[in-house]
Structure formats: C-alpha cells, structure tokens
Design a protein around this ligand. Structure first.
Ligand code: SF4
Length: 1444
C-alpha cells in the first residue's frame, strides 16, 4: 500500500472535516481516489472539501475551528503551502492535522515547522499510517495542530487498523506512563532506539514548554502504541554502535549498506526536539555529527534541524563534544558507499560553516532555477493577449519572473504592487514632462513631441512612436535640464502598456480577503484575467457545501469595474472584443475566462465540449459589463450568450435600469431554458396521467405499455407497429420512448414490452438512457421496485457491426442488459428476450416474427382475428404527397414559440427548401438531464450552381453567418455555403437575407436535383465560363416549380383565391425517390469526383479548344449502411456523348427514368445506382434514349489525372490571376493565428473578380486584375492565408461536418481529421513523403458526404473514436476503395499506417500512387464494381493473416 493511501484513509476515518488541496497542474491529487474508495464502505463520512491549487486553505480550515478534528491533505508545493503561512499562529491552536506528502524536498514543508507545536516525519508507509493515527489522537486531545510530513514515494505491505475502530480509538482514555505501570527508565525502556514500546518509554525533558509538549506527545504515542501493538519511534538508529561519525538524517534517506566508522540515525519526531532524546541517540564515541536534511531549495544559511542539534550538543554537559556539521541532500536513490565516503571527505576538509552535499550537486542556497509551469491549454488565452497587444503587453505576474523573483512573483499581491509602482512612475513621468514643457528653453521639436505624448500617452502605437523620437532627442543633448533628466530616467515608461494580471479560479475563494479584492478596489488601471478551469461535468465534485464565489458578479457589484465573462472555445470573437474593451477601460477590468480541462493532456475537443455544455446550460454565461458606456448613455450590459445564470439574473434584476432591459429582450430571460423544461415535464406528466387513466377505464382488455429506445428510428417504428397491432387486438395500448416514463411510474405498470436498438459500443440509444440509469441506480442500491411488472424485451442490432471476436458482446448489448436488469429489479419476464439481427435473411424481422406471437399468447389475445387492416406506416413518400407541394405545416411551425423544433414531417419537407433541422449533439445528454428539449438549430445550405459568387455576395454570406448562424460558415463538398446553428426565430430572416444576396436555398437538399457542381479550373477561364453556364442552365431547368418556397420564406402571396395551382411537371407530387446529384468535370481535373454523382458530364474539347459537348455518366453514389450488404457505393458508368445543347434534356430524361423506376419502398435502395443495377445498364440507357427520341453518340476519349485541388497562384488565358487557398475542411472562421474569415472579408471588400468554391472544400479567389494583385497578395500574407507549406497529405484531405451538428454522425470527423493528420504526416515526413499527395478522407457515418469511398485511404465513423478503415481508392476518383479493417481506433490506425507508409516509400514504382500501391503490394483487393464492393474486404494475403 502507498503511504498516500494509508494517510488518506486514516484522515478520512478520523476527522469531522477533511480539506484537500489540489496540487498545481499538471499533477492531480492522489488523495481523492482513496477518499472515494473509503467513502463507499464506511458509515463515518467527514465533511469533505476539495480546494483548487492556490486557494487559501488556511481560511477554510479556520472556518471549521469548532470541529473535534480537522485534517488537511496536500502535496508539498510552495504555491499551496505558502498560503497557509499567514494563518499559522491561529491554526496551531486548532485540533488539526496537516498531512503533507513530500516527494524529495522538505524545503517548502519546513517553512511551517517553526510555528507548529508538533511535527512528525514518516519515511515508510507503515510509519505514515501509524503517525497519521497518532497525529489525529494528539491533535484531538491537545487541541493543537500537528504537522505530519511523509514520504510520498513509499509503498510497502502494512497491517492497517480496522476502519470501524478508528473513531472509538480517538475517544479511548489516554494511556500515561503510570497507567501503563511503568516509570521512567525502568522496565525495559529502550533508550537506544527511541522507541515508545508497549512496555513503556520515557525521556528526560528540559525546557518547560518543550517538556509539556513532549509529554503530550508521549501520552498520545503510548495510547496509539497500545492500540496498534507495535512500537512508534522518535528516532531510529542503524549501523554499528560505537562509531566516531554519526549521520543524522531527516527525510526519506535510508542506506542499506554499512560504512565503516559510521552509524545512522533517522529522526521521526521533528518537533518538539527534546535534548535528551538527541543526546541519547548520539553514541558517546561520536566525534562528528553530520545533520543531513532533505532540502534542495533551502534559502537561508543554516538548516533548521542542524541548528537544533547544534544547540543541544553545545549545551550538553561533558568535556568533549562532537563537532556538528550541516548537510543537505535531494534524491538519494542512487547514493552508494562511495558517495558517503565522499561526504565524509568533504566534511573533514571543509570549514564547519560549509554546507555539505550528498547526492545533490546543485547550489542549495540558490533560488529556483526553472520557470513556473504554464498548463498548455492556458496558452489559448496567452496567445490572444499577445496577438492583441504584442510588445505592449505586460503580464505582471508572468511565470518567467519566478526565475529572478521567486515563486511569490506569480501572486496577485505581488503583481498589483508591481503595477502600482509602474503607474506611480508613469505619474512622475507625466509631471516631469509637464515641467519640461513649461521650460522655455526646450527646443520646439521636443516641445511638440512632448505635447503630442501628453495627448496620446495612452495610445499604444502612438506613444511608442513618440517615445522613440523623444528619447532620441533627449540623448542628443536635450536632457541637460533637471526635468529633462527626470524624463530621460523614466523613459522606459513613455510607451503605454497593457498591464495584465493572470490568475486562476483559486482566487475566487475568499474574494473579500484576496489580492484580487485589493486589485478591484484599488481603482488602478489594471486588467485581470482569471481562468476558471473547473469542467462543467465536474462542477459538483468540488466542495459541495461551499460554492466558490462568482468573481464576475463580485466585480460588477463594485460598479466601476469593467467585467466580462468569456470562453475562447465558445466565441473567439467575443473574447477578442472583451480583452480589447478591458484594455481600453480606464480603471480595473476583470475578465473571467472559461477553460475547462481535467488534465493537461485533455484533448482540445473535450475542452470544447465542456465549454459548450457550460455556456448552453447558462452555467457560464457570456457577457460584457462596461460602466463607461453608461456615461455615454448606452446600455452597459451586453449578453453574448442566450442562457443566463440565476445569480446573474438576480444581479440584473437588482439593477432597475437593467431589469427593464431584461423585460424588453425576452430572449434574455430564463424561459428559453428553464420554463421550457418545466413545460415539457408538465406535458409529460399530463400525458402519463392521461395514459394511466385510459388504462384503468379499458377494463375489457389487459393494458400494454410499449416503450422504445431508438436513435435511428428503426426500433421506434417497430414499437409503434407493435402498439398498433396490440390495439387492433383490443388491448389498451400506449407507446412512448423509455425516457418519457420515470421509474416510479414504471412500477405501476402491469405489462411492458420494450423495444430497443443499440448505440455505439453497446450503449443505450439516447432516448432510453435516463430510464436505464435510474434502473441501474436502483439495482446498485439492491432495490426491487418492479415486483408487479411483467415484461419482455426485443433488442435490435447487427451481429456483424463489431466483427472482432473480442467485440462480439456489443451485439444487442442494450437489449440483453435491459432484460437482465429488469429481472434483477423484481420484474417478471413473461416472454424470453427476442433478438433482431440485421444479418438475418429478413433483417430484424426474422427474430421479431418469432417474438411477437409469444407476446399475444401471454396477453391472451393470440386467437383474436384481425378484421381491420393494419395502418401503413408513414413514410417520406406519404409526407411528400400530403405536403401540398412542399408546404406541410412549416408556416405554423415557424410561428410556434413553445419549441425550437419543427414538426417531424415538416423537417423532411424543409430539406427541399435547403434546411436541415439539427441539434447540438455535444450537449444533448446534458439538456436531457436538465429536462429541456435538445438545443435545436438549423443548417441552411445555399444553392449555388458551379460554386461561384461575387465579392458582394461573399460579404453578405459573412454577415449572415454572424447575424444568424454560429459566426462561421462552411464550404461544402457540393461547392456551396452552409450555415450552422441558425435558431428557429432567425430561420426566415436568414433565408430572406440569402435571397437578398441573389442566391437561394431551394432544392439544396431533399429528393430533388441538388446543387450542380463544376470543375473549378482557374487556369481555363473561357472553358470554365462555358461549363459554368451549362451547369446553371441544368440547375435551373431541374428546379422544382412549387411556389411554396416563395410563399413560406419570402412572403409572396398564394395565387388568387388561395387555391393551389402548383404543378411539378418534372417531379410530380412524389418528387424523386431519393436525392439526385450532378457534376460537370473538365479533364484532366476530376476535382468534382464526377463518378460519385448520379449524373456526370465530362467536358470534351475540340481541336480549337472549344467545348464540343460531354461524355455522359450515370449511376454514381456514395451512401452505404454499415454491415448491410444490400447497400454499396458505386461509380458512374459512361453512357455516351452528347452536344452541349442536348445536355439539359439528357439530364431531365435520366432524372425521369429514375423518378419512375427508383425503389420508393426502401429509401436505402432508392438511389439511381441501385435502379441501374436492377434494370441493367443497357436497359436503363435504352429507356433514356426512348424518352429522348434519339441515341447517344459513342463516348469520346478523355483522361483524368487527379481529383485534388491545385493550390497557389495561376494566371489564366486572359491574364487575370487566381489563387487557390487551403481552407482545412472548408470551415471559414477566425481562430488563433488564422484569421481567415477576416482575411477573406477584407479581400472581398477590394476584390473585383469572383470567388469559386471547390468540391474539396477549398476556395479560389479568381479573376484578379493585375492592378489588384499586390493588394490581395499583401492581405493573404498578413493573415497567413498564403501559407501552402502544409504536407501533401493535409492538402489532399477532406472531412464531412459530423459532430456536433449532423444528426447522423456516429463519430467525429471535421474536428478530428486534422488531429489525426498531425500524427500521420509525421510518419510521412519520417519516410520522406512530406510533399507526396495521398488522398485521405473521413466521414462521421457511412452516408459518405466527403466521398470517402473513392479516397486512397479513408475512415468512416462507426462509434465515438472508432472507424472502418478503407484502402485502395483511385487517385483521380476512378476506383472505389474497400474496407480494410472493420473497426479501428487511433492507435490501431497509426500502427497500421506506420509500416504501410514506410513500405510505400521504399518500394513504390515511379509515379505510383498510394491507392495503387496498396493493391499491388497485396494489402487490399481492387474493387471492380459497386456491387462487388463487399467482396474480399478486410485485407489480402499475408496482410489479412497478419491481423487476423
Ligand atoms: S457523412 Fe454522415 S456524419 Fe458526415 S455529414 Fe454526412 S451524414 Fe453527417
């Protein structure tokens, strides 16, 4: 057992109040694990308080002075222990044990020693255990503090006391020597080893205080010894006895070897040090005593125990006294005999005042040599400060100062003192400047500069410039006069500075007494940035009884302080704004910044998710409070996030002028969050009551409750169908999701059928998790609340989803777990668990057909004959036809303020209008836990054939993203813009704004022809113009004709009489069976991945370079369902050649054949690719030609050579310039060091050409006239958007959006691929492939939005952190890849790629691409057609066996 666990256990069991300080990051407290473990098994539970590192533990301890025993645990660190110093004298009179774990340096802990009455040191874990008990007893009996220092590194076997005996031990009577029956010096007292044995011991004591303390110690020790039945020693001696040299060690040193002439003494009782004990320990033969203390950073000349020992020896009686020398040591692990001999030599040859060193070479008298550690996440804010204020930034408590000023330099008090000094100096400078200005002899040039300086002294840039000029003049002779000399002396204060103090949330404990309070109350012009790192999900774990104070509110209450609450992972621009405003504010500014992370190696993605949850839930509202605005007659408070904390709400309500603001802006109020939650809960309750009442009245038939848990909707459909069939059989049936019912209500049910699918790696689907947790908690408590419930479970899963044998238990895990858990809770299983497997002949229906009849039998309705037909389930086809040409109830839904969502059927229809309803997946669980609906928002996709927009349109898109979306926007794989995070009340305005920009969103999604994509080809301007026009014509020709879009979004009126006159000549009422995609490619560029589209046009150019027509392709498509072999990706086939004029009608006819032949019964089998395979290519072509009335010409030759973009500058035939920028995964945003959104906005303001998106999600700034070239180049350089030094791998990569917005995402994609590439590109670089292009793509699910199935290497999300890995796609999109491994996580990906990439680097043929190589080298088989995609998956030959 480790000493830390032993001490933590005793501290927990012994105390009433237990305070634990976290060590500074990156370490984490090792005590807490034991506290948690002990708390499980014991009745005794102290008040447990966990403090962040640097919090003022002393004041917390003092607040519990009335407890009978307080224990404090921490690791020895100056930042923690120094905060105890001011309180020590008060603490020493409390029943308190300070347990301090020491690594290999007692320097910090020894600063406490002199003030505390009792100090013990434990070297071994057993000693630590025993001393912990002794210390607790002593502190409790004497009502005095005991400092217990112990070796944090020790670990050994020990016999612990029983937990239930600790409290009684603390209350037993004291054992005194007389009670024990022994007196001083008699009866076997072992005076030579310092032991207080069960047989008693004593030592002579001298000074009265020391004597009284020692007696108290001795009494407690005797009581402990009697209890433990093993000795406790004040010192331990080892080695030969009568030696001339004694080494007395303090600390963890223990030498397992003998050194001739040397004996060793380990001291355990460090206060009180009783002379007789020391004198007893030193043998009479000793002529030299070396006091060796474990101090690496002791800063005064004499070490503490040495002084005590020296004084004892010098005051001892006797003629010959040994000489006493002081020595220090640090880590002694490697100390050998030879080192001790060297120490002895040092001792013999040095003067008595020289400090000796053992195993430690550093200068122990020096100050710390390494700067304080700054956790890596915190650089996010430091970078921002640097970025904003550059060389004018001054961090008054920068960790760099530690090297020269000691650790105190990082404290707020120190920093404030420093700033105060600087501001005073600046005030003196101002006065000196004014004196100089009054001097008539000052030169006019200097006079002008000084006057300007007085005016601009607070402007960073101007004051710096003036400073340089003024200093130059002063150095040139103008400083002769006294005022001039003063100015020159103070010249370093001429430039304005942005002064910041950076602190942690530890400062928010005991605000009133903190340095922070002084900074706020000082009214000085100082900026304070406080980083709060408590993760949202861990917010309740820290001190449950005492919330830390809200620094923001505290500062706001002072009235004249600028206050902002920010979170860099939520709103980057808001942080920038707040920091800039804080700097400008003339007075104290406090910016509280959220940066939640549990450990330093926490991935940035976790920080992001924690931030989002905190901001969304109102735990961390974003706001700015600027009192200077009030003087300008403006509103001082700006709320930057929707939800608002209760405390903040109360603060606002207190301010009368602000409460009006809250009323005038209803979105400020909490109703968005809490009221809605209440409403939902109420509605659920009502629904439950109503259902229950219905059950009671339906007395003729047994009631059946069907509960489902379903993510994708499959289990929900099965459950609803089951309920319908139950009703038809005369049962009183109800159906709802598992989470709609509480455990309390479930126990009242008589008969419950559960239907559940499975999510990720065996987890419950989202809408079943709350009930599942409640069931699990009840089972953990050993309860059996479901004694009256009869149940059966039907689980749905895919036995091939996790093909590795070790993962087999994930198959249908949710259903199996539920089945077992219900039984454990007392419910009676009436039908055995049914399992539906996607792999069965009839899918899950195979298992279902066996299960359902058994259910009817148990309910006694199996013989009921059904007369009514079962109602057909509602499908997308029903929704489309009933929608009145895409109207549905969208208008009504937009007006409904009670929810942020639209009706489910309308969400299918809005896709046709370019809108997807989504919810923030990162915070879905948290919102459910709060009882509120998911954070719904909408994604809007623009229709922009060919992906071209003007600079003016770009600026409008940029503004729309800021005003209506999440502040960023995305270039998509279909060459257009996509906005995320648009909430319902912004939806209509956003669409109107897009239309105002002469763009629209009609048919950007849905079962219609989507955005037509076109090769970006910047170098071929004329050809691009032709194909771009062609794409526009095709897109317009295939647009739906319904006026619903204009009516709903643009407020255009219905035709007269409100009668619907819509017709859809191409689509009809049912529209297409599935989406339809068209691309136009210009060889040799296949950047549009033409073969992945339902319909493709390959431009064919004649001898004169003119567009002659197109080769037509059909039947491409990407979407797959994991494990479902009826689904597959497919590449389009070339059908023939057509002229430009024929193209439009060919597009129409191909679409019509698909409209009439596509599979409308099964959306998974509805795309054109399946229609063609079902009809046969020749039949399909014949059908198209029949509609056309002519045959297509034979296809003409063409060659593609790449599908990646050509980055950088090109000049077109017309002399205009084009620049292709690398925008990683198409996200247009500002982030630290990459202000691409701002850059492109600035370019759009001056650009005279246009912007062209690429389907690889990058951007071409096109048609730049030569006269604008320099200006645009400068902007690209300034914002680093000209940087194309990325690796070939990164430039060829692409990811879909996935989390947090895509509702179908199973794994991360856009947020994760760049992180994975960081690692894979290192492998490439190591193998000399830095600039080699390897097409790597990732999607969050198998729908394939980023076209992963034609990448050379691809990853398709299966569950969080888990992907299918695919290999062997063609470099220019000509060949599908294939599944290489079904399930890989990051370590496996890297382990696979490392040797494979090396192999490629060593053995590739000249010009051979990675996708071709992996096939030639036998890693994977080539995919010859879409239908054969599943064949020979999982690697080939030796490579399959190697990983089998
Ligand atoms: S591939 Fe899947 S996860 Fe990615 S955006 Fe498309 S649907 Fe969403």
């Amino acid at each position: 057992m480790s000493s830390i666990s032993a001490v933590a256990r005793i501290a927990y069991l012994a105390s009433d109040v237990l305070v634990n300080s976290q060590p500074p990051r990156p370490s984490s407290s090792t005590f807490t694990t034991t506290f948690e473990a002990v708390s499980w098994h014991n009745v005794h539970k102290p008040t447990l308080i966990s403090l962040p590192s640097g919090a003022d533990a002393g004041s917390v301890l003092l607040r519990h002075r009335n407890a009978s025993l307080i224990s404090y645990t921490t690791a020895a660190h100056s930042q923690v222990l120094n905060r105890l110093l001011p309180h020590l004298s008060e603490l020493s009179a409390l029943p308190l044990v300070l347990h301090i774990a020491v690594e290999d340096d007692l320097s910090d802990a020894f600063t406490l020693r002199s003030t505390l009455p009792f100090v013990l040191y434990s070297r071994t874990a057993e000693q630590a255990h025993d001393h912990a008990l002794l210390a607790s007893r002593l502190a409790r009996d004497e009502k005095k503090a005991v400092l217990h220092l112990f070796n944090a590194a020790s670990e050994d076997a020990l016999r612990e006391v029983d937990a239930d005996k600790v409290q009684p031990f603390l209350l037993t009577d004291r054992k005194s020597r007389s009670q024990n029956g022994y007196t001083n010096g008699a009866n076997g007292v072992n005076k030579t080893d310092g032991a207080i044995g069960v047989n008693g011991d004593s030592a002579e004591t001298e000074s009265s205080t020391q004597s009284a303390l020692y007696k108290a110690y001795e009494t407690a020790a005797l009581t402990t010894v009697a209890f433990l039945r093993r000795p406790i020693r004040t010192y331990t001696r080892y080695g030969p006895f009568d030696t001339p040299t004694v080494i007395l060690t303090v600390g963890s040193a223990h030498f397992d070897f003998e050194v001739e002439g040397v004996s060793f003494i380990e001291l355990s009782l460090l206060n009180p040090i009783v002379p007789q004990q020391i004198l007893n320990a030193i043998p009479p033969s000793a002529t030299r005593v070396i006091v060796l203390e474990q101090l690496s950073r002791w800063q005064t000349k004499w070490t503490p125990i040495y002084l005590d020992v020296l004084s004892i020896v010098q005051n001892s009686e006797g003629d010959v006294r040994p000489i006493v020398q002081s020595g220090v040591y640090g880590d002694v692990n490697s100390v050998q005999v030879v080192d001790i001999l060297k120490l002895l030599q040092q001792a013999a040859s040095s003067s008595l005042s020289t400090r000796l060193h053992l195993g430690y070479d550093a200068d122990a008298s020096g100050v710390i040599s390494s700067p304080a550690h700054v956790p890596k996440h915190e650089f996010a804010y430091l970078k921002l400060l640097n970025q904003l204020f550059g060389e004018h930034l001054e961090i008054a408590n920068s960790p760099d100062l530690v090297q020269t000023q000691g650790e105190l330099a990082t404290s707020p008090e120190f920093a404030l003192g420093r700033i105060r000094g600087e501001l005073d100096a600046r005030a003196q400078l101002l006065s000196a400047v004014q004196d100089l200005l009054r001097d008539e002899k000052v030169s006019p040039e200097l006079h002008t500069l000084l006057t300007q300086w007085v005016h601009d002294k607070d402007d960073a840039a101007k004051s710096q410039q003036l400073s340089d000029q003024i200093v130059q003049l002063l150095e040139g002779g103008e400083s002769a006069r006294p005022a001039g000399q003063r100015v020159y002396q103070l010249r370093s204060h001429l430039p304005a500075r942005s002064r910041w103090i950076i602190g942690s949330d530890a400062w928010s404990y005991d605000l009133g007494a903190s340095g922070l309070h002084h900074a706020i109350a000082s009214k000085l012009n100082v900026n304070i940035l406080i980083l709060d790192t408590t993760p949202y999900t861990a917010r309740n774990a820290s001190d449950p009884n005492r919330r830390k104070q809200d620094v923001g509110l505290y500062a706001m209450n002072h009235g004249d302080v600028y206050v902002a609450s920010v979170a860099v992972y939520s709103s980057y621009s808001q942080v920038l704004q707040a920091l800039a405003e804080a700097d400008k504010f003339n007075g104290p500014s406090v910016v509280v910044a959220y940066l939640p992370y549990k450990s330093e190696d926490a991935p940035a993605l976790d920080v992001l998710k924690e931030t989002k949850m905190a901001v969304d839930a109102g735990y961390w509202p974003l706001y700015r409070w600027n009192p200077s605005k009030e003087q300008e007659g403006k509103e001082p408070f700006i709320l930057d996030s929707d939800a608002i904390k209760n405390d903040l709400q109360r603060f606002l309500d207190r301010q009368s002028h602000l409460s009006q603001l809250v009323r005038s802006q209803p979105q400020l109020a909490t109703e968005l969050v809490s009221n809605l939650g209440d409403t939902l809960k109420q509605a659920r309750k009502q629904k439950a009551q109503q259902s229950y009442a219905e059950l009671l009245t339906a007395i003729d038939a047994p009631p059946l409750l069907v509960l489902y848990a379903s993510d994708g909707g499959k289990a929900e459909k099965v459950a609803k169908r089951l309920a319908t069939r139950g009703k038809l059989r005369g049962l009183s049936t109800n159906v709802s999701s598992m989470d709609s019912i509480s455990l309390d209500d479930l126990q009242k049910e008589e008969f419950v059928a559960f239907v559940t699918s499975v999510a990720g790696q065996g987890e419950f689907p989202q809408n079943g998790r709350t009930l599942w947790k409640a069931l699990s908690a009840a089972a953990a408590r050993g309860e059996r609340p479901l004694n009256y419930v009869r149940f059966s479970v039907f689980g749905m899963g895919d036995s091939h989803y996790w093909p590795r044998p070790e993962d087999a238990h994930y198959y249908n895990k949710a259903g199996k777990d539920l089945n077992a858990r219900l039984e454990k809770l007392g419910a009676q299983r009436v039908v055995e668990l049914g399992l539906g497997d996607d792999q069965d002949a009839d899918g899950p229906e195979t298992g279902y057909k066996l299960w359902e009849p058994q259910l009817w039998k148990v309910l006694g309705v199996d013989a009921v004959e059904l007369h009514e037909a079962e109602p057909e389930p509602i499908t997308n086809e029903h929704i489309k036809v009933a929608s009145q040409y895409l109207r549905g109830t969208i208008v009504e839904g937009l007006e409904d303020q009670s929810t942020g969502a639209l009706a489910p059927s309308d969400t299918q229809l809005t896709k046709f209008h370019g809108i997807y309803q989504q919810d923030d997946r990162d915070i879905r669980d948290e919102r459910q836990a709060q009882g509120v609906e998911p954070a719904f928002s909408f994604m809007i996709r623009v229709r922009m054939p060919g992906g071209v927009c003007s600079p003016k349109q770009w600026l409008q898109m940029d503004q729309i993203a800021d005003e209506h979306g999440c502040g960023t926007f995305k270039i998509t794989t279909r060459q257009t813009f996509q906005f995320h995070g648009v909430i319902k009340r912004h939806l209509k305005t956003a669409i109107q704004d897009i239309n105002r920009a002469l763009l629209d969103t009609l048919a950007a999604c849905g079962d219609v022809n989507r955005n037509v994509t076109v090769s970006a080809i910047p170098s071929l301007s004329k050809l691009h113009a032709q194909v771009y026009k062609f794409a526009g014509d095709v897109s317009t020709h295939l647009l739906p004709r319904t006026t619903a879009y204009h009516e709903i979004w643009l407020d255009k009126k219905l035709v007269a009489g409100e009668a619907l006159k819509d017709v859809e000549p191409l689509y009809g009422e049912f529209y297409l069976p599935r989406k339809f995609k068209i691309a136009v490619a210009v060889p040799p560029h296949n950047d549009v991945d033409l073969f992945a589209n339902d319909l493709g046009f390959i431009a064919i150019v004649d001898e004169k370079g003119q567009l002659a027509g197109f080769n037509v392709t059909a039947g491409g498509g990407m979407g797959v369902t994991h494990g479902n072999k009826k689904t597959y990706p497919r590449l389009g086939d070339v059908l023939g050649f057509c002229t430009v004029e024929q193209g439009k009608m060919i597009a129409e006819k191909i679409m019509l054949v698909q409209r009439d032949n596509g599979n409308r019964a099964d959306r998974k089998n509805a795309r054109l690719k399946y229609t063609i395979d079902r009809m046969g290519l020749e039949n399909f072509k014949a059908e198209v030609e029949k509609l056309l009335g002519y045959k297509l010409q034979p296809a003409r030759p063409f060659t593609f050579d790449r599908n990646v973009d050509d980055f950088g500058w090109t000049t077109g035939e017309d002399g205009k310039h084009h620049f292709t920028c690398f925008i990683e995964n198409g996200r247009i945003q500002d982030e630290s060091g990459k202000h691409f959104k701002t850059c492109l906005r600035e370019i759009a303001k001056i650009h005279k050409g246009s912007f062209r998106m690429t389907t690889n999600q990058h951007l071409v700034i096109t048609d730049i006239p030569t006269e604008n070239l320099e200006e645009i180049k400068q902007l690209l350089v300034e914002y680093k958007l000209d940087n194309l030094s990325q690796t070939g791998l990164r430039l060829s990569s692409s990811a879909c959006v996935a989390f947090p917005t895509c509702g179908l995402a199973m794994a991360e994609s856009e947020r994760y691929l760049p992180i994975l590439i960081d690692k894979v590109e290192k492998i490439c670089e190591k193998n000399g492939l830095r600039n080699d292009s390897i097409v790597m793509r990732m999607t969050g699910c198998p729908n394939g939005c980023a076209r992963p199935y034609i990448a050379e290497v691809a990853f398709v999300g299966k569950a969080l952190g888990t992907y299918s890995m695919l290999l062997g796609g063609g470099y220019y999109g000509q060949r599908l890849n294939k599944i290489y491994r079904d399930t890989v996580s990051e370590p496996e990906i890297l382990a696979i790629l490392e040797p494979m990439i090396k192999h490629y680097a060593l053995e590739r043929l000249d010009g051979e691409h990675f996708g071709d190589f992996v096939i030639r080298a036998g890693y994977i088989a080539p995919t010859t057609s879409g239908a054969a995609w599943w064949d020979r998956a999982g690697g080939e030959g030796i490579h399959r066996e190697a990983t089998a």
